[in-house]
Design a protein around this ligand. Structure first.
Ligand code: MN
Length: 199
């Protein structure tokens, strides 16, 4: 049995349309994400990573110069797991506690959204933009390729994929417009609030 599994999507594959099409979701989850999961399982088999949970595989492999391939596959698996959990067609609003923290650290939700969009749009090449919590404060972090916020000691609240495969079918080269639309319409603030309160 594969040790690491592909999580099911938390909603129907057409639930994010028209912001993210069913075709994009299907390819992104069923080919890209599934491919990373498969690669992790192939690379950990028979090694001392074999019985570790994904989080531990990410944290251990990133420090292991002999495990670069595994670190990439595990980081991508982790980031995609976070990504799907960050999106919802009906994400509600930040809880009172998260809203107060957002006010303190960004001056309000609109300013936070603006920073998520601008940092993600300005990120060079493939990667991720995340809203995280570390040392009691909220941060917006961009990470390259398979790099995770996790390996820097940040708890991810919202993780957004800025690899081209996340938006090219629906938005072509318009990463900025894609980000602005998902940040306005699809972020799962209920989930982010639960992760904030657990962090
Ligand atoms: Mn992706």
């Amino acid at each position: 049995m594969p040790q690491i599994t592909l999580p099911a999507l938390p909603w129907a594959k057409d639930a994010l349309a028209p912001v993210i099409s069913a075709a994009t979701v299907e390819k992104h989850h069923g080919a890209h994400h599934a491919g990373y999961v498969k690669r992790v399982n192939a690379l950990i088999e028979g090694t001392d990573y074999a019985d570790l949970p994904l989080k531990e595989i990410v944290l251990k492999s990133v420090k292991d110069p002999k495990a670069r391939g595994l670190a990439n596959a595990a980081g991508q698996t982790w980031n995609h797991n976070c990504y799907w959990e960050s999106l919802s067609p009906d994400g509600g609003a930040p809880s009172a506690a998260l809203a107060a923290q957002i006010e303190k650290d960004f001056g309000g939700l609109d300013a936070l959204k603006e920073q998520l969009v601008s940092k993600g749009a300005a990120h060079f090449a493939s990667g991720w933009v995340s809203l995280t919590r570390k040392d009691g404060a909220l941060h917006i972090l961009d990470t390259h390729d398979a790099e995770t916020a996790l390996e820097h000691g940040h708890a991810p609240l919202v993780v957004i994929d800025v690899w081209e495969h996340a938006y090219y079918l629906d938005y072509q080269n318009e990463r900025d417009r894609h980000l602005r639309t998902i940040v306005d319409k699809l972020l799962d603030w209920r989930g982010a609030s639960a992760r904030f309160e657990a962090s």
